[in-house]
Design a protein around this ligand. Structure first.
Ligand code: F6R
Length: 364
């Protein structure tokens, strides 16, 4: 059932073009996002001033991208919170006009308890999940399925990609309904529509490049992933993938935070994985990269195609297609996943079954 792939994780990464097609199917009509699932909440969305996003782990990283998107393109105050923290904090009625819960399995205990708590205070819940009939889907006011199909690998890969695609589209839909969009919806929607093909065209090269760079980096004991803006989510997700399947210690930071402490760790044995697309914040990222180079850290960058400035600032790099700022986390996902995958394989580990982890976390 691995269809010739060595592991489910690799097979599922290679399914991502089709995953994206399925995730977007029926959700774009005449260049406009279309979510029948939230139609009955149209009035609530129109009036919403605040929105809380709840999730754990990789789904939390998808939530970070969604939060940033709503902050950039709507006037809704969007905040993402780790569900295990949210469920135990003091809350009052009206804490948020809407809740969006993100859970691939639809069964994560903390996320479920989070929505129960919000519901008691009368907040409407929109949930995003992959599993039809899951507990979270049954307890929500509206459910959006990501349609990624079953994921066997314990570490989330194709489901993350599906979450991002659907959340970006949902963000565009909310901006549209709330009538406060500061951007051209068709442009984002159009680019999202082209993503399955972009993934198809880039995966074979991504695979080769990540394999080569993983071989060169598999002996390090630590990694520091850095990013800004939308790429902060990519830094966290890249670090999580690496630690969970290769057992290499990795952390993700907002690049601007380096000088407030973490930079003290860096030396020639502590490499930096910089997420540095050609976006609004690139020049800030390049300054941060220079600071790490000054500590002799080796820098590996994920950057945009033909970016000469990044090329001359880093030790090695992998180039991704140029896209609109909010779409970078999506395009970069398979690269982060493949890099972690090949490091695990190089170390002789089974990436499908990382130690101490379960596919769905139904206990606290
Ligand atoms: C990491 C991973 C986990 C899950 C987390 C939430 O690769 O898979 O971090 O993302 O346990 O799970 P769901 O999305 O099912 O609520």
């Amino acid at each position: 059932e691995k269809s010739g792939y060595e592991h489910f994780m690799l097979k599922e990464i290679f399914e991502e073009p089709q995953t994206l097609r399925n995730a977007l199917m029926g959700r774009i009509r005449g260049g406009v996002p279309n979510f029948n699932e939230i139609e009955h909440l149209r009035e609530e969305i129109e009036k919403a001033r605040s929105l809380t996003i709840l999730a754990c782990g990789t789904s939390f990283h998808a939530g970070l991208v969604f939060q940033r998107f709503l902050q950039d393109y709507t006037e809704i105050r969007a905040e993402v919170e780790v569900a295990s923290e949210f469920r135990y904090r003091r809350l009052q009625e009206g804490f948020s006009d809407l809740v969006v819960a993100i859970s691939q399995s639809g069964e994560t205990a903390d996320t479920l308890e989070g929505i129960r708590k919000a519901k008691k205070l009368g907040t409407k819940i929109i949930s995003l999940t992959n599993v039809v009939g899951s507990t979270i889907s049954r307890e929500s006011d509206a459910v959006i399925y990501i349609n990624a199909g079953p994921e066997i690998g314990v570490a989330a890969t194709k489901t993350y990609v599906a979450q991002l695609a659907v959340l970006l589209l949902l963000g565009a839909a909310i901006a549209d309904i709330a009538g406060r969009s500061g951007f051209d919806i068709p442009k984002i929607v159009n680019e999202l529509e082209g993503m399955p093909t972009v993934f198809e065209n880039t995966l074979p090269t991504a695979d080769e490049q990540c394999k080569r760079l993983a071989a060169e980096h598999s002996d390090y004991k630590h990694f520091m992933y850095i990013g800004r803006g939308y790429s902060y989510a990519s830094a966290l997700e890249g670090a999580l993938k690496l630690k969970e399947i290769s057992y290499i210690h990795a952390s993700g930071y907002q690049a601007g935070e380096l000088k407030h402490g973490p930079i003290a760790l860096l030396d020639k044995d502590f490499p930096v994985f910089a997420i540095v697309p050609e976006d609004e914040l690139k020049s800030k990222m390049i300054s941060n990269i220079m600071e790490t180079r000054a500590r002799d850290a080796k820098v590996l960058a994920l950057c945009s195609e033909n970016d000469k400035e990044v090329a001359k600032s880093v030790n090695s790099r992998i180039e991704v297609p140029r896209v609109l700022d909010p779409i970078y986390p999506l395009v970069m996902s398979p690269y982060l996943q493949l890099f972690a995958y090949y490091i695990a394989v190089k170390k002789g580990l089974d990436p499908d079954k990382p130690r101490n982890l379960a596919k769905s976390v139904t206990v606290e």
